[in-house]
Structure formats: structure tokens, C-alpha cells
Ligand binder design. Structure first.
Ligand SMILES: NC(=O)c1ccc[n+]([C@@H]2O[C@H](COP(=O)([O-])OP(=O)(O)OC[C@H]3O[C@@H](n4cnc5c(N)ncnc54)[C@H](O)[C@@H]3O)[C@@H](O)[C@H]2O)c1
Length: 445
């Protein structure tokens, strides 16, 4: 039976390589659609947990995983040899940046080589990892064709960016429209047919490069807008204007405005990383992506501002950072998620430790938090979360709100803490309170 028919009848076998925040929900989603799905990951621990039906990420619930595993539709392995059984292979591995902020494509090329070693006729390869335009054609394609098979003839290749939004209960892998850019029209049609099985819309574009650039536009749009409000928040603080009130006012405009909010910096796997993929690629074309780099620069400065704000708050009580006990609330990169990667809290805690502060933290989603090993703080420190409910909040010299999870009782924080630095307006406009220092608001007089 032709691949298109096997996809329509859901007899096609799916493989997902890289079972993290993107790959695990995808693999579980494909299995729930009825596809026999093979999950492949280098982490033996993750593989074991999947096969036992025990999720390791909050975004995939126990039944989302256990159901397909019990029914035999989802199986995980560390063994690439299982790829021979697959009709469609998704690549969902990390695309980080190196310490000097240059793109690290080594995960993608390692996987492409792993696929090439056992590529067979008729397979469809779909790259989902976020990366710069040209990766599918310049990096993945030559690797796969190293097998001796020809793309568009013997096998199919497409780029379909992932749009998963961790922690989002409304938009999931099942109902978020997809952009599909294949190497050839047939590659595009086959990849679109797979994505259409989820039932959300599919937008076909003329090439993988367009799909790659579209994903970067989406993320850079956010990075630039966040940096704009971050910069304006700094100015507003200096001008003694409440920037949160400004945003509220501007948001009443029913057209041509979309609110973005200042904060302690950007985090996660996308916003602090992806813009550097585009700016690095742009340099190959003698082009300086200035907006992109400026936005990254402004956002990168925000953790430093959060630390400066903490120093100002302590100074208002005659204290310095040195020797002060700062209790951090929330270290995940955003509200209600369990992912601390590239979180602004990482740099904030490093800087506070460098300044001689004593740091503890609470985060119901992140039981352990490691910082250091960076140019800013070579020394590594592993912190264990304290349960906020059993903590006397009047004891720390300062409570610093970095990520305001819904689970935090902010009223209690306001009632009990001696000094609060609020980096995301969690305490919402208690402007008369002399103990509260907020990013985007002038310091209490
Ligand atoms: N997390 C997000 O919100 C998000 C959203 C959209 C796009 N993306 C992009 O998707 C890609 C994956 O991101 P993620 O957040 O899922 O990463 P992740 O770190 O959560 O997961 C990646 C997985 O790949 C595995 N892995 C690494 N090398 C491997 C190899 N050679 N073979 C098999 N498995 C391997 C890791 O063990 C890990 O389980 C990145 O390019 C990211 O930018 C992420």
C-alpha cells in the first residue's frame, strides 16, 4: 500500500526521535490517533519510564501516556535499529546555542546520521526542531543522501516546525495549526497528510526554508516585543511612571495593539535561543540582523536588573546583598511549567551568589535547581526547593518573585514578607506598600 494510503488508514508506523517537551506529546498524540508509534531517545531512563507508562513531564498526563502504552500503540527504545519499521520519522532533538551563543546543530546531524545508516525507500523524514533557514536542505539532506538514496525520489523530507506552548491547556499538539514545507511537492503533501490527521489546519509552503523562517519569525516577534516592553519598563521606572498601568491603558485599544509584559528576562528553549540561530545565519549573507540582536541584548540585561532591584530593596533597609538571605519564588522559565532551562532565575541566582547573598527557593514544579558552570559563575551549586507552606516568610531578608506560579499564595507573601522584589507584577499594584519593589514601577519613595 502506498504511504499516503497507510497514513489515511493510520496503518503507517510513526517514529519520534527525541522524547522531550516536543517529542513526547507528539508521540503520545500520534499513538492516541491510532498510529503504532516508536519513541526513540538516548536517555535509557526516559525510555524505561515511557514503557512503564510513567510520564516525566507535566505536559503529558499519566493517562495520556499509560493508555497508548497499555494498548501497545506506543513503545520506546534507545535502539535506532527499530527505525527500519517506521514509515514516518520525526526529529525532535534539541537545538541549543553554545556558550558563545552560536548555534549547535550537533544533535540534528547526529540523528540524521543515525537515520541515514538505516534509511530505506519510501520513508518520510520530518524535522521539527527549531533551526535557521537552510538546515533541512544544507545539513539534513546531505546526511540522508549519504545513504545512497535520493531525496524526493527514494525518500521524502520536510520541515514542520513545532508550535507547542508548554503549560498551555488550550492550544495543544492536537489543535494547533501546522506549517509544512517539503523538499518537493510530494514531500509537502505527504507531511501535510500526516499533520492533518490531528485535525487542526495545515498551511503548505513552498520550501523547508520558508517553514524554517516562519518558525523563527514567530519566536523573534515575541522576543522583540518582550524586549520593547522591557526597555520601556526600565525607562518608566526612571521617569517614575507605573508601566503596568501604562500597558493596561494601551490595552484598551481594540486594534493595532497587543500587550506584552516586562519581566526578569526570557527563558526556555525558544525565545533566548532561536534569535541567535537567525542572526548567526544572517552573518553568512553579510547581513546584520540588528533588531534580533538588540532584542536579545535587552532581554539578556533583565536578570541583571532584577538583581539590581534586589540590591536597591535591601539598601532601603540599610542592607547589602552580601550576607543577605534572599528567598526566590519560582525558578521555572514561566508560570506553571516544570522547565527550568535557560530560566532567568539561573542567571539571577548566579549573580546573587556572586554578590555573597544566601539563596533559597520555592518552586512546586522544580524540586532541584542547578546553577553555575557558566562564564558568569564557574562554581556549580545545586539547590533543593523548600516547601513554601512550611516556611516562615518573615525570616528571609527579601522574597524575590521571579516566576509567579498559580500555586503560590501571593497574599500570604505580601502579608508576611519583610521585603519583596516582584519581577512580574504578581503583587499587582500595591503601590503604596513601601516593602514592595517591582520591575516596571518606580521604587517606593
Ligand atoms: N520546548 C518547547 O516549548 C519547544 C517548542 C517548539 C519547538 N521546540 C524545539 O523543539 C526541539 C526539541 O526541544 P525540546 O524542548 O523537546 O527538547 P528536550 O531537551 O525537552 O528533548 C530532547 C530529547 O532529545 C533527546 N535526544 C538528544 N539527542 C538525541 C539523539 N541523538 N537521539 C535520540 N534522542 C536524543 C534527549 O534525551 C531529550 O529527551 C528544539 O529544537 C526546540 O527548539 C521546543
Amino acid at each position: 500500500m502506498a504511504l499516503a494510503d497507510r497514513i489515511r488508514s493510520r496503518e503507517a508506523v510513526m517514529a519520534v526521535i527525541g522524547l522531550g517537551y516536543v517529542g513526547l506529546p507528539l508521540a503520545a498524540g500520534l499513538a492516541r490517533l491510532g498510529f503504532s508509534t516508536i519513541g526513540i531517545d538516548v536517555s535509557a531512563e526516559r525510555v524505561e519510564r515511557i514503557n512503564a507508562g510513567v510520564p516525566y513531564l507535566e505536559d503529558v498526563g499519566a493517562e495520556d501516556l499509560a493508555g497508548p502504552v497499555r494498548e501497545g500503540r506506543l513503545r520506546a527504545t534507545t535502539n535506532y535499529a527499530r527505525l527500519v519499521d517506521a514509515d514516518v520519522i520525526f526529529i525532535c532533538v534539541p537545538t541549543p546555542i553554545k556558550p558563545n551563543k552560536s548555534p549547535d546543530l550537533s544533535y540534528i546531524t547526529a540523528v540524521a546520521e543515525g537515520i541515514a545508516a538505516r534509511l530505506r525507500r519510501g520513508q518520510l523524514i520530518i524535522l521539527q526542531s527549531t533551526t535557521h533557514p537552510g538546515t533541512t536542505e544544507e545539513e539534513v539532506l546531505p546526511c540522508l543522501e549519504g545513504s545512497g538514496l535520493k531525496a524526493g525520489v527514494d525518500f521524502h523530507l520536510a520541515f514542520v516546525p513545532e508550535r507547542i506552548n508548554p503549560g498551555d491547556k488550550q492550544f495543544t499538539v492536537e489543535n494547533t495549526p501546522k506549517v509544512v514545507g517539503g523538499l518537493t511537492p510530494t514531500c509537502t503533501e505527504l507531511a501535510a497528510l500526516v499533520m492533518e490527521q490531528f485535525g487542526a489546519g495545515v498551511m503548505r509552503v513552498s520550501s523547508p526554508r520558508v517553514a524554517e523562517m516562519a518558525k523563527l519569525l514567530e519566536n523573534i516577534f515575541r522576543s522583540v516585543n518582550i524586549s520593547l516592553v522591557n526597555e520601556m519598563a526600565l525607562l518608566a521606572e526612571r521617569m517614575r511612571i507605573d508601566f503596568w498601568e501604562v500597558i493596561q491603558a494601551a490595552s484598551t485599544k481594540p486594534f493595532g495593539f497587543m500587550p506584552f509584559y516586562p519581566g526578569p528576562g526570557v527563558g526556555g528553549h525558544c525565545i533566548p535561543v532561536d534569535p541567535f540561530y537567525l542572526s548567526a545565519k544572517a552573518r553568512e549573507y553579510d547581513f546584520s540582523a540588528r533588531f534580533v540582536e538588540l532584542a536579545a541584548e535587552v532581554n539578556q540585561a533583565m536578570p541583571y536588573h532584577a538583581v539590581e532591584k534586589t540590591a536597591q530593596a535591601l539598601a532601603s533597609c540599610g542592607r547589602s546583598l552580601k550576607g543577605a538571605w534572599v528567598h526566590v519564588l519560582g525558578v521555572a522559565f514561566k508560570r506553571d511549567v516544570d522547565d527550568p532551562r535557560n530560566s532567568p532565575a539561573e542567571r539571577i541566582v548566579e549573580l546573587l551568589l556572586n554578590a555573597g547573598a544566601r539563596i533559597t527557593y520555592s518552586d512546586p514544579h522544580v524540586p532541584q535547581f542547578s546553577v553555575g558552570g557558566s562564564a558568569i559563575r564557574p562554581e556549580r551549586t545545586v539547590l533543593k526547593a523548600l516547601d513554601m507552606d512550611s516556611l516562615d516568610l518573615s525570616e528571609p531578608d527579601c522574597v524575590l518573585i521571579v516566576t509567579a506560579h498559580t500555586a503560590f499564595d501571593i497574599e500570604r507573601v505580601v502579608r508576611e514578607a519583610r521585603l519583596i522584589v516582584d519581577s512580574m507584577n504578581a503583587t499587582g499594584g500595591r503601590t503604596g506598600d513601601r516593602r514592595i519593589f517591582s520591575i516596571g514601577r518606580p521604587n517606593p519613595a
